[in-house]
Design a binder for this molecule. Structure first.
Ligand code: SAH
Length: 196
């Protein structure tokens, strides 16, 4: 395989939480991602008032952008710290409630109601809990998922998509023998086989 030794690599939830605790979050882009701006029209496709999903959301500022444009944003993230930082850094009041379907799961929702962030593993979600989405912004998500979980991740994402939804995916291209990831290198052939 051209992904070399990355295939076996596993990053645990504990390790992710630790990255947040120690501020080892170079993946976070304070200015937001230029590719979302560039391809916003593809994501929206002329539609308004969409439900947009942010898998493995961290504290991505793009959630605020899209909410400010009138869309409704749902994210999922294992780190509660990340979610709290998101709301506080944007001075957004929020409330917190347990998610009855998910043991230990919590949902943080902006008081205005248009940003709902689930604190749990993405694998705890299903369309019966979060509904389906018109659009997905996948940056630092597929490439952050452990290589052994990619199939499961992709099936779930497909399940969460409404019929005419659009999916923007950002990947990274580099020699996987030179860096252990994440972000992992996901070859284009694999993306095709995962998503069709
Ligand atoms: N998409 C964000 C964050 C990318 S880093 C951005 O663009 O900035 C990947 C994030 O996924 C980390 O914040 C990590 O805590 C979270 N994460 C890792 N595994 C997860 C899982 N199984 N379920 C939910 N979140 C997870």
């Amino acid at each position: 395989s051209d992904i070399g030794s990355q295939k076996e690599r596993v990053v645990t939830e504990e390790e992710w939480l630790q990255k947040w605790e120690t501020g080892n979050i170079r993946f976070h882009k304070e200015q937001g991602h230029p590719l979302l701006q560039k391809y916003l029209d593809v994501l929206l496709n002329g539609r308004s008032g969409l439900r947009i999903f942010f898998p493995l959301c961290g504290k991505a500022v793009e959630m605020k952008w899209l909410a400010d444009m009138g869309h409704s944003v749902v994210g999922v993230e294992v780190s509660e710290q990340a979610l709290k930082e998101f709301f506080s850094e944007h001075s957004l009041p929020y409330c917190e409630e347990p998610v009855s379907e998910i043991s230990g799961g919590k949902m943080f929702q902006s008081t205005s109601g248009n940003i709902s962030l689930y604190c749990c593993s993405i694998y705890d979600l299903s369309s019966s809990i979060v509904g389906k989405f018109d659009g997905v912004w996948d940056r630092g998500a597929l490439v952050a998922v452990n290589p052994c979980d990619r199939q499961r991740y992709a099936s779930l994402m497909i399940n969460l998509m409404e019929k005419n939804s659009s999916y923007l995916l950002v990947t990274v291209s580099y020699d996987p023998n030179k860096h252990k990831g994440p972000p992992f290198y996901v070859p284009e052939s694999e993306i095709k086989s995962l998503f069709g």
